[in-house]
Design a protein around this ligand. Structure first.
Ligand SMILES: *Cc1c(COP(=O)(O)O)cnc(C)c1O
Length: 401
């Protein structure tokens, strides 16, 4: 079979291949500790499940309008006004099958072939591939530990060309956990808009922040910002609803109409009863997110402390999301139980093989000096995993099943 040129350009997701390798190892009886998860390890709260069950029982099982039900759009507008300080009407909101889908549709609706999209690196794995699928070109803006993985106006100046159409911001960030301050965000957004760019602000981790850190939505900075910033969010992370597939985009009405056309002929509406449940989740008074966040916080402090005790690893304390992104390049070239790694993929293989610990190579996020560990796993697993890593990397003792 001859597969399209377009699809041939797409890389498989390395996070997925690690996950399937771990599953294989577990099914053959090997006890692996996985730090690959990109989703909260908590169950979806019962009151949200009940809302879905009730809507099924009431027969709410048919197509809804392509862009989603009005009730949900209204709940989202209220949330965006109260929590994010952005004033949108329901016509400026479209519900999609997850925030990933919202981002993809937005890129498709905005970009022409050859357009450039600025992506701060390290980045979430799907941004470059979605840009490529839209026949456009991802242009990476390099950042590192010393910059707390944040871009600056200077970086933008260097990266913008006459083909640049769009900038993607993700604060709090997956994989780095960095969160921009209000001032930083203002400067960047202000400059980008003046340079004629649109901005996608992926705010999926907005509520997963620590140490009193505050998340800001660039669309809230004023009229000019609201016109040029596309706010994307969803329920997956905040309400532990990854499998329900509800995300949304809010922005100029013209753009919402354009993405609705794409949705009309690709996915149609998002899942009907998930939308009903989403209304209840968004309006809900039960603050499940802050319960998750306080547990994530405990794990975050612990995992960072343990990683920093390993010579050759340095790990920043992230301000948001549920990942740590330690720099492991200090271990490159060093003997680890008889083997040596010279990049993040080799390091990940050695650690999986010798310590039975699964982490994700930083190269999939654009940095070969790092690995990503998700702490959306039990405290007990984190303790075991860190013991194994310390034994292997500090004492050169592999883990025996
Ligand atoms: C998880 C995630 C998303 C999207 O999740 P959906 O389940 O599609 O809503 C978007 N951006 C980032 C950075 C993520 O980590």
């Amino acid at each position: 079979m001859i597969i399209s040129q377009l699809v041939k350009k797409i890389k498989p997701s390395a996070t997925m291949s690690i996950t399937s390798k771990v599953k294989q190892m577990i099914s053959s009886g090997i006890d692996v500790i996985g730090f690959g998860a990109g989703e909260p390890d908590f169950d979806t709260p019962d009151y949200i499940k009940t809302a879905a069950i009730e809507s099924l029982q009431n027969g709410f099982t048919k197509y809804t309008p392509t862009s989603g039900i009005l009730e949900l759009k209204e709940a989202i507008c209220k949330k965006l006004l109260q929590e994010n300080g952005v004033n949108y009407t329901p016509k400026q909101v479209i519900i999609s099958c997850g925030a990933k889908h919202s981002i993809y549709n937005t890129i498709l609706a905005l970009c022409n072939p050859g357009d450039e999209v600025l992506v701060p690196s390290p980045y979430w794995v799907s941004y470059p591939e979605q840009i490529t699928l839209a026949n456009s070109t991802p242009v990476f803006i390099h950042t590192d530990d010393s910059k707390d993985f944040k871009i600056s106006v200077e970086d933008l100046k260097r990266s913008i060309t006459d083909k640049t159409k769009l900038l993607i911001l993700n604060s709090p960030s997956n994989p780095t956990g960095s969160v921009y301050t209000k001032e930083e965000l203002y400067e960047i957004a202000d400059f980008a808009i003046q340079a004629g760019l649109y901005i996608i602000s992926d705010e999926i981790y907005e509520k997963i922040v620590y140490d009193g850190t505050v998340h800001y939505s660039p669309a809230s900075f004023g009229e000019k910002f609201a016109k040029n910033v596309i706010t994307v969010n969803g329920l997956s992370k905040t309400f532990s609803m990854t499998g329900w597939r509800i995300g949304y985009m809010a922005g100029p009405e013209e753009l919402v109409k354009a993405t609705e056309l794409i949705q009309d002929h690709s996915t149609s509406c998002p899942n009907s009863f998930s939308q009903k449940a989403a209304v209840v989740a968004i309006r809900g008074k039960d603050d499940i997110t802050s319960k998750m966040v306080s547990e994530f916080d405990r794990r975050r402090r612990y995992i960072v402390e343990r990683l920093n005790k390993i010579e050759g690893i340095t790990c920043r304390l992230p301000k948001g999301a549920f990942y740590v992104f330690p720099n492991i390049s200090g271990l490159y070239g060093r003997k680890i139980a008889g083997e040596t790694a010279k990049n993040s993929s080799e390091f990940v293989s050695i650690v999986l093989d010798k310590a039975k610990v699964a982490v994700v190579p930083g190269i999939c996020f654009g940095s070969d000096s790092h690995v990503r560990l998700s702490y959306a796993t039990s405290f007990e697993n984190i303790e075991k995993g860190m013991d194994r890593l310390e034994n292997l990397l500090t004492n050169s003792i592999p883990y025996k099943n």
